[in-house]
Design a protein around this ligand. Structure first.
Ligand code: CU
Length: 178
């Protein structure tokens, strides 16, 4: 869904730039009167500046207010309840387990078979619940306790080639056993 929107916005932006180039190209032979044009454009400059200041301030507050992100992983304190072996490949995730009961601490042992990948787990609201790097030759362990049952999605956070966007895998968190 997000990728569709990004694609449409990019296409619209590229189209807009193309139209601007075309207009400038068509009017290239017509020098016109520079004086009045300059005067008019200079007159709207303070408004442009004010508009950019407002939009820029709003965008900064909206996007930066949550930084820095708080830690999403659990502390390593004694053995985890469940260990899941994860290996990132171009372009899929190999996992020895994708069903996890809520409330149990999981240690994801993350490796890569070829190039660097980014192992990130998203909840249903598309928020990252935890993440770590998947690197060839290393084993990175990230611990997480799923509190909410539901479907989670693993995605790759490190661009790793042609089908990077296809590196998804579902994790199903079942209600806590009690
Ligand atoms: Cu990747």
């Amino acid at each position: 869904m997000h990728q569709d929107i990004a694609w449409q916005v990019s296409l619209f932006g590229v189209g807009l730039i193309a139209v601007l180039f075309l207009l400038v190209g068509l009017r290239a032979g017509d020098p016109g009167e520079l004086g009045p044009v300059k005067k008019r454009l200079y007159a709207i400059r303070p408004f442009w500046f004010a508009a950019l200041l407002i939009v820029g301030t709003w965008l900064s507050v909206e996007t930066l207010a949550g930084l820095p992100y708080s830690a999403t992983h659990d502390r390593a304190d004694g053995p985890a309840d469940i260990t899941v072996d994860v290996t990132g490949h171009q372009w899929y995730w190999e996992m020895d387990r994708t069903q996890i009961p809520a409330g149990e601490q999981v240690a994801f042992k993350v490796r890569a078979a070829d190039v660097n990948h980014g192992f990130a787990i998203y909840n249903a609201d598309h928020e990252v619940v935890t993440q770590t790097q998947a690197m060839p030759g290393y084993s990175n362990v990230v611990r997480h306790t799923f509190r909410e049952p539901g479907t989670y999605q693993v995605m790759c956070l490190e661009y790793c080639g042609l089908a990077h966007h296809n590196m998804t895998r579902k994790i199903t968190v079942t209600p806590a056993e009690s």
